[in-house]
Design a protein around this ligand. Structure first.
Ligand code: UDP
Ligand code: MG
Length: 341
């Protein structure tokens, strides 16, 4: 919401020891959402250090703690205190992956912002390729999964189904096999932050805005440390947010299904009427009544549910609550006082 995103250089800090402290405006901001990732975090920080050394410009890392209840916060905040390239932003509770990403991007100061998972399924080295494409002039560079190692056949199948469904239902071109691992230019980032919607499907929002986009292929590794933080309910929620947020075809489906069922009922009624003329003893047919009534009841419930999805979305929008609440921020130059707390 704040229009003023100018990066204020850190105020003179007595305790600064690292030579890279005065990085000024970073070229790159890496946004990494974490939710109970204490097992991966030490390895991740090590790999990020290696990446930062190879990047062709100063970079900051924003670790967004999405309400972790393990040691994640202590480790990440400690790093943010000691190393001026690292920042730690803790949300006050678990707000979900998509909101955590948004929170990190709002605080990013870099000219290019990279979003990546913490679990090293998105290999940090790929960021170098994303950056190279950005240098060529692309404003959005997303990483496309060529393979998905170590994921169950069922997950790959449902993911494939989801991408096909959302591509069929929406007018915008949401690329298949692309998650949230991507680099966005400041211009695209500002457009993204100007989108106020509360149920966020980040990859769809970036596809929607256009700009010069390109893909970098990579092999998605399996998660070697820790466990997935995307349970079934979170995955379903993401799928519904994606479809409901970008398509109103499900709503119009009610119209077509209703028309179809009515036409069928009309034809069937006509058929019964004609049959009754020739067969005065006709009283059978309770089976067809039961089938028709339960079918119509099912249709009604389905349609009410679909409408409910959209009404629920309107409900969250109308409340106008903030997207997230920040619990703690460490290492951000603009609120230096936190660094000592
Ligand atoms: N994550 C998060 N909040 C959540 C769930 C996940 O910030 O509510 C983070 C998680 O720590 C990881 C990234 O989002 O960095 C992707 O999650 P995960 O690897 O569990 O998803 P998967 O790769 O299994 O789809
Ligand atoms: Mg993962």
């Amino acid at each position: 919401t704040s229009a003023d995103r100018t990066f204020r250089p850190p105020a003179t800090r007595m305790t600064v020891t690292s030579p890279s402290a005065q990085i000024g405006t970073p070229t790159y901001s890496l946004v990494v959402p974490v939710f109970n990732e204490e097992v991966v975090l030490p390895v991740l920080l090590h790999r990020l250090d290696q990446l930062l050394a190879k990047l062709d410009g100063p970079a900051e890392v924003i670790i967004v703690d999405d309400g972790s209840t393990d040691m994640t916060g202590i480790v990440a905040a400690g790093r943010a205190k000691d190393d001026p390239r690292y920042r730690y932003l803790a949300l006050s509770r678990n707000f979900g992956h998509q909101v955590a990403i948004t929170a990190g991007m709002e605080r990013a100061a870099g000219a290019a912002v990279v979003v990546m998972d913490a679990d090293l399924q998105d290999p940090p080295e790929v960021v170098l390729e994303l950056a190279a494409k950005w240098r060529e002039g692309y404003e959005i560079v997303y990483a496309r999964r060529l393979s998905r190692e170590g994921e169950s056949r069922f997950k790959r199948w449902t993911a494939g189904l989801f991408y096909r469904l959302i591509r069929a239902l929406t007018a915008i071109d949401i690329p298949a096999d692309v998650g949230d691992f991507r680099l966005v230019d400041r211009k695209a980032l500002d457009a993204f932050l100007a989108m106020p919607e509360r149920d966020r499907f980040v990859r769809g929002m970036f596809s929607w805005m256009g700009f010069r986009q390109t893909a970098v292929p990579f092999h998605r590794l399996s998660r070697t440390l820790g466990q997935t933080k995307y349970g079934w309910s979170k995955m379903l929620r993401l799928a519904f947010d994606g479809i409901v947020g970008f398509s109103d075809i499900p709503l119009r489906f009610a119209l077509w299904a209703g028309t179809g069922v009515s036409l069928f009922a009309l034809a069937y009624g006509f058929y019964i009427a004609v049959r009754a003329l020739y067969d005065p003893a006709l009283v059978s047919g309770w089976a067809s009544i039961v089938v028709l009534v339960s079918f119509l009841a099912g249709m009604n419930l389905l349609m009410t549910g679909i409408v409910g999805l959209y009404v629920g979305r309107i409900h969250t929008e109308v409340k106008k609550r903030p997207l997230y609440v920040v619990g703690r921020a460490v290492g951000f130059p603009e609120d230096e006082q936190d660094a000592t707390s």
